[in-house]
Design a protein. Structure first.
Length: 466
């Protein structure tokens, strides 16, 4: 299976950089400070400039602090500010949010009202090929219908949206078709299916494992790092469809070293130091075995997607492209936060489209795992043996780590299956945002899992240099 070389927007990426999330903890106490000042005083307070991950942390704390008055939030990447929606009429709430460092916007629809609208859509318009999520930027529910929603199905969807009111929801058409991104090919293999490894984790019993998409986990029980190769990992838990799209897959060799990092090609890796919740407006990067590296923004949270196989809830909606075989691949931030696992969507990396991801925080909690080598919260695992290439089931060394001199960067595991070409020198992939040379896809090599992929060292070229 040939691989496309997709140019990506350039991004300055410091591999292995660790950025602590502490800004919110410093800012939030201000919200509890004396509030004997007038609302005019609050109006004079300038919003804080925050990093995206700090903004997400602050948003979570403000949601608890403001209660029912909190109506969603998003990150304005241009200004570096957190924008918080609050229900009109409560000046005290506005003061609290501003003193915490957020930019405040008064809106009409509460989260409770938006949730009620989503419930109506579920009851009356659960149609394959549709999806919806709350868009805090418009304070409405954004409903999307793919190309299969026509005739009576479109009429039902449109009438249901209209019944919610013009100020509650909007609907748009997508040129593609909603589907899960699994297919036959390379990366991590099971029978005729190919997926991508998302993040290495430590299972609750202390054994090495990785997270991938649930629809991959229910498709087959055992996975290999090479096509038609010996299994290196076995599915322990899988959820799909329903409340998520995630699976925990345990490495068969308990001695496998599974670094907490993502291989972005070109001999570079990004250390994954924690799991974090997504925030609308957050800039994110996705790694997958078919298309390699892609980037974009989070558009919506708690999305419901009606795939042909069934309805999945609680997903992250983005404008990051993906294609078959990218399923399960990692969604992460520049500073090393694990955000999501690729689920599905419409379109491709030529025309774009809507893409949905399983939140990593929810998946970790559900399966009882921690990132990397088990550092609580997933932090730090990354060092982990420098990539002993292990990820790949340990053996693999094949290329993955070895390649490139075995420097840990290889890191097979990283995201192994993710095509990342196993650490592979990736044949000169232009790094993160860079052309990324298709990423190691080494065609059928399954790189993945650190494995063979790399063998490619150079050979990867084939891959995506096509």
């Amino acid at each position: 299976m040939s691989h496309k070389r997709i140019p990506k927007r350039k991004a300055a990426f410091a591999a292995g950089t660790v950025v602590a999330l502490g800004a919110a903890a410093i800012l939030l106490p201000n919200a509890n400070a004396s509030q004997d000042g007038s609302s005019n005083d609050a109006a004079a307070i300038a919003p804080k400039t925050l990093k995206a991950t700090d903004a997400s942390d602050l948003a979570s704390q403000l949601e608890k602090l403001l209660g029912d008055a909190f109506a969603g939030s998003y990150y304005d990447s241009d200004s570096g500010q957190l924008v918080v929606n609050v229900i009109s009429g409560d000046s005290n709430v506005v003061v609290q949010a501003k003193k915490a460092g957020a930019k405040v916007r008064e809106v009409d629809n509460s989260l409770t009202e938006l949730a009620a609208g989503a419930k109506t859509l579920k009851e009356q318009a659960t149609i394959p090929g549709t999806a919806w999520a709350v868009d805090p930027r418009t304070n409405k529910i954004l409903v999307t219908a793919d190309s299969t929603v026509t005739g009576a199905k479109w009429n039902t969807l449109e009438s249901t949206v209209k019944s919610l009111g013009s100020d509650m929801a909007t609907v748009k058409k997508s040129a593609g078709t909603f589907k899960t991104f699994a297919s036959g090919g390379d990366a991590i293999f099971a029978g005729g299916a190919r997926c991508s490894l998302g993040f290495n984790v430590t299972a609750g019993d202390g054994s090495p494992a990785f997270l991938t998409a649930g629809h991959c986990g229910v498709a087959a029980e055992q996975w290999s790092d090479t096509q038609d190769g010996q299994p290196i990992a076995t599915v322990d838990q899988a959820t799909f469809p329903g409340d998520g799209d995630f699976a925990l897959v345990k490495y068969d060799d308990p001695a496998t070293q599974a670094p907490s990092e993502v291989n972005v090609g070109g001999g570079q890796t990004v250390a994954i130091n924690q799991a974090a919740d997504a925030e609308v407006g957050l800039q994110v990067f996705r790694m997958g075995s078919t298309t390699g590296l892609a980037d974009g923004q989070v558009l919506g949270l708690d999305a419901t997607v009606n795939y042909p196989e069934g309805t999945v809830t609680g997903l992250i909606q983005t404008d990051v492209c993906a294609e078959p075989g990218d399923s399960g691949g990692s969604l992460f931030t520049q500073d090393g936060s694990a955000i999501g696992l690729t689920s599905g969507g419409s379109g491709d990396c030529t025309v774009g489209g809507e893409t949905f991801f399983q939140p990593v925080t929810t998946a970790l909690q559900a399966v009882g795992a921690t990132l990397g080598a088990g550092d609580a919260a997933g932090g730090g695992a990354g060092d982990q043996a420098g990539g002993q290439e292990a990820g790949a089931g340990g053996d693999a060394g094949a290329g993955a780590g070895d390649q490139a001199g075995g420097e840990a960067t290889a890191s097979p595991g990283d995201e192994a299956g993710a095509g990342q070409e196993a650490g592979g020198d990736q044949a000169g992939g232009d790094v993160i945002g860079g052309e990324q040379t298709g990423n190691g896809q080494d065609a059928g090599n399954g790189q993945d899992t650190g494995s063979g992929a790399g063998d490619a060292t150079g050979d990867a070229a084939d891959q995506s240099h096509n």
